[in-house]
Write a protein that binds this ligand. Structure first.
Ligand code: 5RP
Length: 220
């Protein structure tokens, strides 16, 4: 059962005529963008803001009108995946490296719909390494500051080279951290000079749509 597709397609049913839609990034968001493209071809009129170059390219290829962030006053619904979702609907995102734009777009949205397969549901966040976007300048010192918080950061690589985000930054993936207080960790991370943003999405998810292996869909 493709649980990602199940959740993604259910989320797209909520998109209505005239809406401005935030397009997430990743393999689950991919299915949502495909479905939205189908609805646009069938006559739905919407406009969209993308959270990454690859989502923008996919959307444009499907005929979904993309507008620059600066041109939208607000976004009605953003549909995006997640790497982990806990029982309080707090999230880890950024496995796909797009966390900064994803967080900006979600923050500008009336509603954030999170689409996941049931394997993404966890009791406590942190088994998935927490991505932190850091600026290249003085990144070694930023890593030292992350180490001082016992976050075990590792710079993300891409085919042996340093991974570079759409914003020209690096990602430090923080391993083995059991995140019992996401809001506190979020604040500590963003207080470090050199940290641009982190992958904790605290109190941002409006609805989580979960695709189940048995073919059912839950909305939390
Ligand atoms: C990208 C993200 C993705 O939403 C997250 O990594 C989930 O990806 P996938 O849908 O491929 O499992 O945050 O930055």
């Amino acid at each position: 059962m493709n649980t990602k597709k199940l959740a993604a397609e259910r989320a797209v049913e909520s998109i209505e005529e005239g809406m401005t839609v935030g397009l997430g990034t990743g393999s689950t968001a991919y299915f949502a963008i495909e479905k939205l493209g189908q609805r646009v071809r069938e006559g739905l009129t919407i406009r969209a803001v993308a959270t990454s170059k690859r989502s923008e390219e996919q959307a444009l290829g499907l005929g979904i009108p993309i507008v620059p962030f600066a041109e939208v006053g607000r976004i009605d619904i953003t549909i995006d995946g997640a790497d982990e979702v806990d029982g309080n609907l707090q999230l880890i995102k950024g496995g796909g490296g797009a966390l900064l734009r994803e967080k900006i777009v979600a923050a500008r949205s009336d509603k954030m719909f999170v689409i996941v397969g049931e394997d993404k549901l966890v009791e406590t966040l942190g088994a998935f390494p927490l991505p932190v976007e850091i600026v290249p300048f003085a990144h070694e010192w930023t890593l030292d500051n992350l180490k001082a918080l016992h976050l075990n950061p590792e710079l993300r690589l891409d085919n042996g080279d340093l991974y570079v985000t759409d914003n020209g930054n690096y990602i430090a993936d923080c391993h083995g951290v059991s995140i019992t207080d996401p809001a506190a960790l979020h604040a500590s991370l963003n207080a470090i000079p050199g940290v641009v943003e982190n992958g904790l999405f605290v109190d941002m998810a409006h609805t989580v749509i979960v695709g189940r292996e048995n073919g059912s869909i839950d909305t939390i």
